[in-house]
Design a protein around this ligand. Structure first.
Ligand code: GLC
Length: 448
């Protein structure tokens, strides 16, 4: 390594700047979330860290939206957004006749993409249950599918070694009490018993369930849903499970939707996102993200120790749209080489670059370059010394030059050495942090 000034001088100067308050290694703006959790109150709060450990390490999951709306192929909100009456919508239940064990291909694709868990819609807002239930006939085994689609999914995910999550929508457009429960106390009681009953079945009949992913709590409050009692039942039946925050209680993690926004105070979070613009199958939706966008999103979540739950919307026969297969396969090839920069990584404070984003493990900084600049890649304001660097994909050693303001990686190939994002593993002397305005403030100005 060819340092342009000695490490000692640099450390001395940065130490005195720190003492003078000129440098804050972690500015408020760039504060990365810490893994600690708020103080315990409910019994399940006490063992949250234990229950969530696998999930924090996993980082990347597959969301699956599949139901009667898939038959129409116009998005999972089609029933409400086209104002389709129940009498016209419900017959789709007979038309829904997917290929047996379609879920096996989902699980294979998830595994190949580097996703470690899956979350499938057991019941979406339309009210149709993909699982077997004693509480309604509007469920897969008693309708077109003639089988328990949730059981098939659980078997498929488990056999690929993936964790199993259940999405469950509290809002229901089919159940007669689904809207009037807000005004009519008898209806509320019936609907809450029905809802708790379905959740009880889900938590009882499928072995170990790893995630319960509630959705839309309209039109009731947490008190009206009896959400405390709901979660209590869930944790009694599934002591290791984690739950989200969409039954109007905080649960174990937050669920930013279609955007990447880190939680504060160490609270866990998971960004859920579509691959195009629809969760459920929408035949004509061609707004596909590129594999590069997906990887950049995954890196952005990872940097701040969040998870990324990325959706597929299978067709009515259960097959995965070709574009989704193509995108996730490419992401998977990248993950084969880059997985170690994602799984189980630490919070990363370094974030400023015009062409890269970052993750960290211990003292190793991973610079994920999405717009490869050419023979030299540079980074400003790194507050630690660099011991060495290599291109992750080829393990090729990279030349490093560092001064107070800048570290440069030189002699690199003109063309990006990996696609769609090329990663440089940077071995640092201590935990890498970046002072994003050091250069602006301190770099000598020689002009007039
Ligand atoms: C929203 C939508 C729903 C989708 C969910 C996924 O709540 O209503 O269709 O399932 O987000 O996060």
């Amino acid at each position: 390594m060819n340092n342009l000034f000695t490490r000692r001088t640099w450390l001395k100067s940065s130490a005195s700047l720190l003492a003078a308050g000129a440098l804050t290694p972690r500015t408020a703006q760039t504060q990365a979330p810490q893994p600690a959790q708020p103080p315990a109150s409910a019994p399940q709060d006490a063992d949250r860290a234990r229950r969530m450990q696998w999930w924090h390490e996993a980082r990347f999951g597959m969301f699956v939206h599949w139901g009667l709306y898939s038959v129409l192929g116009r998005h999972e909100w089609v029933m409400e957004n086209e104002g389709i009456p129940v009498s016209e919508y419900a017959p789709l239940a007979k038309k829904f006749q997917p290929t047996p064990h379609a879920a096996r291909a989902w699980a294979r694709l998830a595994k190949q993409a580097g996703q470690k868990y899956m979350v499938m819609t057991t019941k979406h807002h339309e009210g149709f249950c993909n699982f077997n239930t004693k509480l309604t006939d509007y469920c897969a085994p008693k309708q077109g599918p003639g089988r328990d689609l949730v059981a098939e999914y659980v078997e498929a995910a488990r056999s690929e070694g993936l964790r199993v999550g259940f999405y469950y929508s509290l809002m229901d457009w089919h159940h007669p009490d689904g809207a009037r429960c807000a005004q009519d106390e008898d209806a509320r009681k019936r609907f809450v018993e029905y809802t708790h009953g379905l959740i009880r079945e889900l938590m009882t009949n499928y072995g170990k369930v790893d995630v319960l992913w509630y959705d839309v709590a309209w039109p009731l409050s947490a008190d009206q849903w009896e959400s405390e009692r709901m979660n209590k039942m869930v944790f009694e039946l599934q002591p290791d499970i984690i739950v989200n925050n969409r039954n109007k209680l905080p649960g174990d993690f937050s669920t930013p939707e279609q955007h990447i926004t880190a939680e504060t105070n160490g609270r866990a979070w998971e960004t859920c996102m579509t691959l195009n613009d629809s969760w459920g199958y929408q035949r004509a939706d061609d707004a596909w993200k590129t594999p590069k966008q997906v990887i950049r999103n995954l890196v952005a979540c990872t940097r701040d120790t969040g998870n990324y739950l990325l959706n597929i919307g299978p067709k009515p026969d259960g097959s995965i749209p070709e574009e989704s297969v193509r995108i996730l396969s490419e992401v998977g090839h990248w993950m084969d080489r880059n997985g170690p920069t994602i799984y189980g990584s630490d919070p990363c404070q370094v974030r400023r670059s015009n062409y890269a984003s970052f993750t960290r493990k211990g003292n190793t900084l991973y610079m994920h370059v999405h717009f490869w600049p050419g023979e030299t890649v540079a980074l400003s304001g790194l507050m630690t010394g660099v011991k060495g660097a290599r291109l992750l994909a080829s393990d090729r050693k990279v030349q490093v030059q560092q001064d107070k303001f800048r570290v440069r990686f030189t002699g690199l190939p003109v063309e990006a050495p990996d696609h769609p994002v090329a990663t440089i593993a940077i071995e640092c002397e201590s935990e890498p942090t970046q002072d994003s305005i050091l250069v602006r403030k301190e770099k000598p100005r020689d002009g007039i």
